[in-house]
Ligand binder design. Structure first.
Ligand code: FMN
Length: 166
């Protein structure tokens, strides 16, 4: 099954570590994303230091699963690399989805933890990870091998689909 349909937010993890090769494969998926004018205004911060990862739930109120995560990726937008103003969120969201889908294909559990536009989370994460002024953390992706099974969700609400005109 395609990773698009298999993917669910996984918030419980085993203690099995994700290899460096697999983490690099996820980062490659992020780097492969489309972006406006191919501006690629992203930075990815790979977190493998468990003590550092555990600091994030002290900043982000809905990220307790990070206490059990094997690794995390912080997806950031670089305003100085944004040649087409206003597109960085879309570019970095595309990169985030690529990582989530690739993780699902590799049977790695993941969940998107929203940071931007919540000011307190943005400032807290920037301070924790020494992120420069021109770079904004969009989200944290929590990663680990699943310790919970989630069925494929029926989200196929075609009442939200419009044909030719709204
Ligand atoms: C922009 C965004 C922010 C999110 N933030 C959080 C979060 O802070 N904590 C969390 O546990 N899940 C978060 N999620 C995951 C959603 O809760 C999840 O995608 C949704 O409930 C649908 O479930 P599914 O991913 O299993 O299909 C976020 C998802 C998105 C797209």
């Amino acid at each position: 099954m395609s990773g698009v349909f298999k993917r669910r937010s996984i918030r419980k993890y085993t203690s099995q570590e994700i290899t460096k090769e697999d983490l690099e494969d996820l980062l490659k998926a992020g780097l492969a994303a489309p972006s406006a004018g191919n501006q690629q205004p992203w930075h990815f911060i790979l977190l493998t230091d468990k003590e550092l990862i555990k600091e994030i739930p002290k900043i982000h109120p809905y990220s307790a699963m990070l206490n059990e995560a094997s690794a995390a990726i912080v997806v950031c937008g670089d305003l100085e690399k944004e040649y087409h103003k206003g597109y960085w969120v879309q570019d970095c969201s595309a990169a985030t989805m690529n990582i989530l889908i690739r993780a699902a294909e590799k049977d790695i559990g993941s969940v998107w933890l929203g940071v931007y536009p919540r000011e307190d989370r943005v400032e807290g994460i920037k301070k924790l990870l020494n992120i420069p002024d021109n770079v904004i953390p969009l989200c944290v992706i929590s990663l680990g091998y699943p310790a919970e099974e989630k069925p494929v969700k029926d989200k196929f609400d075609f009442s939200k689909v419009h044909y030719n005109k709204f």
